[in-house]
Design a protein around this ligand. Structure first.
Ligand code: GLY
Length: 295
């Protein structure tokens, strides 16, 4: 089948002046992921590659350029899900790893466990041979300004990718620094299986973004996948998931991206904006800041 991929650079609200850099960032990330798929690579390789690009891009609030917590540390969470096995790897509260999505993947593949947090996750990283980084290399001047002002509002919070490869395998990857000026140890939805992401061959893959305390209580990615499993289209599944979120929370402030088992892409959100990038039927990278027009 034709491989497909869609990425996001977070759901929330931000100044329109930031649109061009976000557009460039999601189009670059989705193109890198698509290159992997075109070369016959797996959905897992594609979503990891795309998310690595978003993590390394200081425009997005994951990895480099992530928000600082109340202790002035960039504290990172990530989840990767393999739809072929329905297995996942996750890490939470990591501060010494540049690309937590790659650590999550190693946890999934090379450990007997699914989820490591804090010092334990960092120890795993060392054992896997990841370089131990100084947390300060993740800090950008903009995010330091946010921290110094103790701002708890921010333009977005999370990055993610979902893909289906030529063999029909699906995968989801999500990575975040969480919310701005979060309390030390606070972890949101992103690394939680079924909340921040979900993937199952024959159904599809979903990634969530937005208000973590809402998303985790909705199991939003699994809920969206369940709508696909019922036979809804990606557009219908997105609408149903957002209606569910709005029914439970007055300002649900969340969003999802997805790909179904037929390669149909989709995105939906209850936030003012959702930065998405995808590859259209002609193989061209497209993007939208309103989560619209995904095809
Ligand atoms: N959605 C990411 C978080 O709330 O941490």
């Amino acid at each position: 089948m034709n491989p497909k991929i869609i990425v996001h650079g977070g759901a929330w609200d931000w100044d329109d002046a930031l649109d061009p850099v976000k557009k460039d960032g999601v189009e670059t990330a989705v193109s890198l992921g698509y290159d992997v798929l075109k070369a016959g690579g797996s959905a897992l390789d594609a979503v990891e590659t795309a998310v690595n690009s978003l993590e390394d891009n200081p425009v997005f609030d994951a990895g480099t350029g992530g928000y600082l917590n109340q202790a002035g540390i960039v504290q990172l969470d990530a989840l990767i899900v393999d739809g072929a096995t329905n297995n996942f790897g996750a890490v939470g509260g990591v501060t010494t790893v540049k690309n937590p999505i790659s650590l999550a993947r190693r946890v999934m593949i090379d450990s007997d466990f699914c989820f490591f947090v804090g010092k334990g996750a960092e120890l795993q990283a060392e054992q896997f041979g990841f370089p131990v980084i100084d947390n300060q290399i993740l800090v950008t001047p903009e995010m330091l300004e946010f921290f110094n002002a103790q701002r708890t509002d921010g333009p977005s919070d999370t990055v993610g990718a979902v893909a289906i490869d030529q063999d029909g395998n699906v995968a989801a990857a999500t990575s975040t620094s969480g919310t701005p000026y979060k309390p030390v140890g606070r972890v949101g939805d992103s690394p939680l299986f079924g909340s921040g992401g979900y993937a199952e061959n024959g159904i599809g893959a979903v990634g969530a973004t937005g208000h973590g305390e809402h998303i985790m209580r909705l199991l939003l990615s699994k809920f969206t996948s369940d709508q696909l499993a019922k036979g809804l289209s990606t557009a219908e599944a997105g609408q149903a998931a957002m209606a569910f979120a709005d029914q439970r929370f007055e300002e649900s402030m969340c969003g999802v991206i997805m790909v179904d088992a037929n390669g149909q892409l989709g995105a939906a959100h209850t936030t003012p904006k959702l930065a998405v990038g995808w590859i259209d039927a002609d193989g061209v990278a497209r993007s939208s800041m309103s989560g619209q027009d995904v095809s």
